[in-house]
Ligand binder design. Structure first.
Ligand code: PRF
Length: 374
């Protein structure tokens, strides 16, 4: 038996959006889905109970961070990542490829793997495609990622081509090394930068290798949004209909809607949790910096239309006060709200697909939020 099963429930008649059900060893996930990020085995400021309360069905964690601290062996001893962090729903782990490139110093990329220094203590480490599978096997996450190289933007054609070839070789080696296929589903990652022929080739060669799901990496790294949307559109065209597609590290409200329209099923992003801790929240009328002076005497909720715990119980004035006074509750209340907002947005997107009115939903949402239509 395979670790996960994806069932396509409905295809939108006017866009490439899909409604699906993803069965995992830790529960059933309705897609399209937003996955809150829990880099260090915690979604910052949230308990697992609170995550369940707001409707999270799957979270993301990071191989790179957990390997460096506390160490995957300790998590394995604890009985795996689910037990260690007391989260009994699904977990997806990223492979570390992207984190090495964004966080660590002194990287040396070779065909064998990548040598890097820890961003925590400067110690030297070597990751290979086999090693990151071994680490993720020890963590016991439901969905695991191949080792890849996310090329920077901009990067010339030759660089991106070589990086894409390396990513394919690493996907092949990772697939060979992955033994726990009944409990953990290994996704291949499509790279190829903004070059259409490289994206197509990468997608086709990974699909030949037959992964249980496919990630789209290397985007949202500085390229214009319309370029990202075009590459997503092109990439999903070459991915099989009966497997889930995951757009890595993408999750602003407009990107979620545009991604779904182009056939993406899964998203993750640090944006909602990160901006929450800085005092910025999503509302149905756009982003609001609740720290700002105008809210000092505003006793309305963060978003009039929201029914999250924060909005049901607290005012902008109170939350602003907590931020100004550096109180820890500020981050908690804003995080609960921002994650609820995106999880609810995905619920509304799924409902719109069900009712064949996704494009109307997009129009309404964009207008109110203050986005311009693409
Ligand atoms: N590769 C991996 N993780 C990622 C990315 C990638 O390209 C991105 C790019 N947006 C985010 N997270 N392995």
């Amino acid at each position: 038996m395979a670790a996960i099963k994806y069932r396509l429930i409905k295809k939108d008649s006017r866009t490439n959006a899909r409604l699906g059900i993803l069965e995992t060893p830790h529960g059933v996930i309705e897609t399209p889905v937003f996955m809150p990020v829990g880099t260090q085995a915690t979604v910052k400021a949230m308990t697992p109970e609170e995550l369940k309360e707001i409707g999270a069905t799957i979270i993301l964690s990071n191989t790179y961070h957990l390997y460096l601290r506390p160490g995957h062996k300790i998590i394995e001893k604890a009985g795996g990542l689910h037990r260690f962090m007391n989260w009994d729903r699904a977990i997806l782990t990223d492979s570390g490829g992207f984190q090495i490139f964004s966080l660590s110093s002194l990287r040396k990329i070779k065909e064998e793997g990548v040598e890097f220094r820890s961003h925590i203590d400067g110690s030297k480490h070597f990751f290979t495609p086999e090693k990151v599978i071994e680490i993720q096997n020890a963590l016991g996450s439901d969905i695991i990622m191949s080792f890849d190289e996310c090329a920077p933007y901009p990067a010339d054609y030759e660089y991106v081509k070589n990086s894409m070839e390396l990513t394919i070789k690493w996907a092949e080696r990772g697939k060979k090394a992955h033994k726990n296929t009944e409990k953990q589903a290994l996704f291949g990652i499509v790279q190829g930068g903004i070059y259409e022929d490289l994206r197509k080739e990468c997608a086709q060669r990974l699909v030949e290798m037959d992964f249980p799901g496919y990630s789209i990496g290397g985007l949202s790294v500085g390229e214009p949004k319309n370029v990202m949307y075009d590459i997503v559109d092109l990439t999903t065209e070459y991915l099989p209909e009966n497997k889930p597609r995951y757009l890595m590290g993408v999750g602003s409200p407009d990107d979620l809607i545009e991604g779904v329209i182009r056939g993406v099923d899964m998203f993750d992003c640090v944006l909602p949790t990160r901006i929450a801790r800085n005092g910025t929240v999503f509302t149905s009328k756009g982003k609001l910096i609740v720290r700002d002076a105008p809210y000092a005497e505003d006793f309305s909720p963060l978003d009039e239309e929201c029914d999250c715990y924060t909005c049901k119980n607290y005012s902008r004035a109170y939350i602003r006060h907590l931020f100004k006074a550096n109180e820890i509750l500020a981050a908690r209340l804003a995080t609960i709200h921002n994650l609820y907002f995106l999880i609810k947005l995905m619920e509304r997107i799924r409902e719109a697909i069900r009712q064949d009115r996704l494009l109307e939903f997009k129009k309404q949402f964009f207008k109110k939020y203050g986005y311009k239509e693409e």
